[in-house]
Design a protein around this ligand. Structure first.
Ligand SMILES: [Zn+2]
Length: 206
């Protein structure tokens, strides 16, 4: 017999639908929320409702926003000639925390994955092409993960741009040995990628 009353069982069931949360963690979280002496349950319920109601996709870059356009798109100090293409909103957050890129973004909301039945029309590639057809964009930096799907999506975007005859420079983020990494511990794919995407050293740095 299930030792938990139905409302608690329902909460555990809902929490279990979150990525990386199994039965044990869901139960622990549900019991924690239930035992809270403050207003955690009310706060959770209210913030979940607000997020659901107010967060939408920026119509320009498809990043998350609670306004008509996202904070990056409306910032006049961002370089309007560069678009960095990423898989999901959390990638924007990661790149922004690195504090080096000053251009715009385009969030695909997925990667092309024939094995999972995700095709180019299932992600925001048509919208990217639409943006590139307008004048002003000089460079597209494809910052999808260095996975099979990430590489495949990069090649697809590159081909679309070249087939459309757009005079936009396409670049790929570098991948290879991470900072602090050691050659002897790297796998073959990483080493091959590091060699392939090696960079020349400008004369002033020699
Ligand atoms: Zn935006």
């Amino acid at each position: 017999m299930d030792p938990y009353p139905k409302p608690l069982r329902d909460l555990i069931g809902a929490l279990k639908r979150l990525p990386g949360i199994g039965e044990k963690t869901a139960t622990r979280l549900a019991l924690y929320i239930l035992a809270d002496r403050g207003n955690l349950p009310e706060e959770l319920a209210a913030t979940l409702k607000t997020v659901r109601e107010q967060i939408r996709l920026c119509p320009s870059c498809f990043n998350l926003t609670d306004r008509s356009r996202c904070a990056i798109c409306i910032n006049p100090s961002r370089d309007q000639t560069q678009i960095c293409v990423v898989e999901e909103p959390s990638d924007v957050l990661a790149l922004e925390s690195a504090n080096t890129y000053r251009g715009l973004y385009h969030v695909l909301h997925g990667l092309i994955s024939p094995l999972s039945g995700v095709g180019p029309d299932d992600i925001r590639i048509a919208e990217l092409m639409e943006r590139l057809r307008r004048p002003g964009i000089v460079e597209v930096i494809v910052a999808t993960n260095p996975s099979v799907e990430g590489e495949g999506t990069f090649h697809y975007i590159n081909k679309m741009i070249s087939d459309a005859g757009l005079s936009v420079m396409v670049s790929r983020i570098a991948s290879g040995i991470p900072m602090g990494g050691e050659l002897k511990y790297m796998d073959q794919v990483t080493l091959a990628s590091a060699m392939r995407y090696r960079r020349g050293v400008p004369e002033r740095e020699r």
